[in-house]
Design a protein around this ligand. Structure first.
Ligand code: F6P
Length: 519
């Protein structure tokens, strides 16, 4: 373990018991521990990180070689060394005139051409020029899983106020219930099926795609005419029978969980239109530029990563809760689970050595205020500390008075977690209710909140396509920074392979032995 890690551990040992609230004796704390980009603000003042801790964390980040690795990623170096690939999801949102080369070839013109082709197709579908065998497309079913589902499903829901295209449904699970329920009440003659799979080999997706084709074939002469493919494999999409003009390809330098910005975002584009999709890309591009240019002490992805490292690897808090006070971000925690846990859930460093610190944390969450009436009990009074990442918009899309209630709940939670309620305060409350003696003491103890529980709050202006792009890119780069500090490869996912192999071995054994399934 490097001396930087040791220095952080010794600092933590000295400050672990102190009160976060006490840190606010420094009048400038709230401002000093808040950073921003445009109207977006990340407040990390309600953590036990002080100026010394922040300096140590930023030194750790700097010494990890972040600047060089960030430059390598953005310029197309093959930083995904275990798969021999560049990592260039940022090229999918590059600006006109940007030049990004892989093996000496500028990839931006091809990206822009694909985006233009996607836009043309989406416009045709939305305007009723591309029609199903029964008329204009009313429903789109995106069949994909993991990165080919979670990102677009999350973003489609997040941007509901901008929907003016066909209804877009997402099917991922190989559990037949998922597709069966989705197909209920949908007319195959006006449905477009998107088969979204980077590899076009994923068993769940290919099985559901076949089921959708069979469903269409029951009533349509040419089911394949209403299929679209999003994939890196032109060969396999052709073998499935999808015409090349409805295949939108991308390169292997786009990782599955980072693929939302290109063809895999087709469902989002169909729902909200190409112009809003471009705003979404523009927001992410702003975050990219901020990540490249802002000094570490003001750099949102770096600061979010620093807080994450402090809580996970230094304080040893094993999980982090992502708590968006935004119902339309209800799929964000699931999306971030893949982004963070598939990227940084690894025990081996890039050079093959074992990690000497913990890998990335367990990420989970639900939108507020729903979570408040479910699991916040544990967050406030459980024996484990769960660092919370709140997020909330300054403005909602509708019902302004309800939005104020939503915001006040969000802000109250971070305050309550930090302040807690002492035994003296709880005793006073219960005494006012007329309790005395041992019963007063007993009842008061149940109403004590330890407090001193850390949280961050991300406040953004309004959940527009642009702001959503910023938020997602912020989290992508946070994962990158944490991965660099841990010295791991955030862009492979070997840990998913073994289960897949075993399922393939077991499946033929279960065929014809349905009586054995589940025994
Ligand atoms: O099994 C994990 C995984 O490979 C993810 O990384 C990926 O997002 C998902 O499966 C789907 O893969 P594909 O887009 O190739 O179907």
């Amino acid at each position: 373990m490097s001396d930087k890690w040791q220095a952080l551990r010794s600092h933590h040992a000295q400050v672990a018991g102190r009160s976060i609230l006490g840190l606010f004796d420094d009048q400038g704390r709230a401002e000093a521990f808040t950073a921003g980009l445009n109207e977006m603000r990340l407040d990390y003042s309600k953590t036990n990180i002080d100026a010394v801790g922040k300096a140590l964390l930023l030194e750790l980040v700097e010494r990890s070689g972040l600047a060089a690795k960030r430059a390598a990623m953005f310029s197309g170096v093959r930083i995904n060394e275990t798969e021999g690939r560049a990592v260039l999801h940022t090229a999918l949102r590059a600006g006109v005139g940007d030049v990004i080369t892989v093996d000496g070839v500028d990839v931006v013109p091809e990206v822009q051409a694909t985006l233009a082709r996607m836009s043309g197709f989406a416009d045709d579908v939305r305007a009723g020029r591309f029609r199903g065998q029964g008329g204009a497309i009313t429903d789109v079913i995106n069949i994909g899983i993991g990165g080919s589902d979670l990102g677009p499903a999350m973003a489609t829901l997040a941007l509901a106020p901008y929907h003016d295209g066909p209804r877009v449904h997402y099917v991922s699970n190989v559990d037949g219930a998922h597709i069966a329920d989705t197909l209920q009440g949908i007319d195959p003659a006006t449905t477009l099926v998107i088969v979204a799979s980077k590899t076009f080999t994923t068993i769940e997706t290919m099985t559901n795609a076949q089921t959708a084709r069979d469903w269409m074939a029951q009533s349509l002469a040419d089911p394949a005419a209403q299929f679209v493919a999003l994939s890196t494999s032109a060969e396999k999409t052709a073998a499935f029978g999808i015409a090349p003009e409805r295949v939108f390809g991308f390169e292997d330098w786009v990782g599955g969980r980072y693929s939302l910005w290109g063809p895999i975002g087709m469902g989002v584009m169909l729902a909200v239109g190409p112009a809003h999709f471009r705003d979404f890309l523009a927001g992410a591009r702003e975050m990219d530029r901020h990540f490249i240019a802002a000094p570490l002490a003001e750099n949102l992805p770096v600061l979010l990563a620093a807080v994450g490292i402090w809580h996970n690897q230094i304080c040893d808090y094993a999980t982090r809760a992502v708590l968006p006070y935004e119902q339309r971000l209800s799929r964000l925690p699931a999306y971030l689970q893949q982004l963070e846990m598939e990227s940084n859930g690894k025990s081996v460093a890039m050079d093959g050595s074992s990690l000497t610190v913990q890998s990335g944390p367990v990420v989970w969450g639900e939108p507020g205020t729903n979570g408040q009436h479910a699991f916040y009990q544990l967050i406030h009074q459980g024996t484990r500390v769960v660092p919370c990442e709140f997020m909330v918009a300054r403005e909602g899309h509708e019902l302004a008075h309800q939005h104020l209630l939503l915001m006040s709940n969000c802000l109250a939670q971070s305050e309550a977690l930090m302040r807690g309620r002492s035994l003296a305060e709880a005793t006073e409350i219960m005494a006012k209710k007329g309790l005395t003696g041992a019963e007063l003491d007993r009842q008061a103890r149940h109403r004590v909140f330890a407090g001193n529980r850390p949280s961050t709050t991300l406040v953004y202006p309004k959940l527009t396509p642009q702001v959503l792009g910023q938020i997602i890119a912020l989290y992508e780069h946070r994962v990158f920074v944490e991965g660099v500090v841990l010295g791991i490869n955030s862009y492979d996912q070997w840990g998913v392979e073994l289960g897949k192999e075993l399922a393939l071995t077991l499946q033929p054994i279960l065929v014809g032995r349905e009586d054995m399934a589940g025994k």
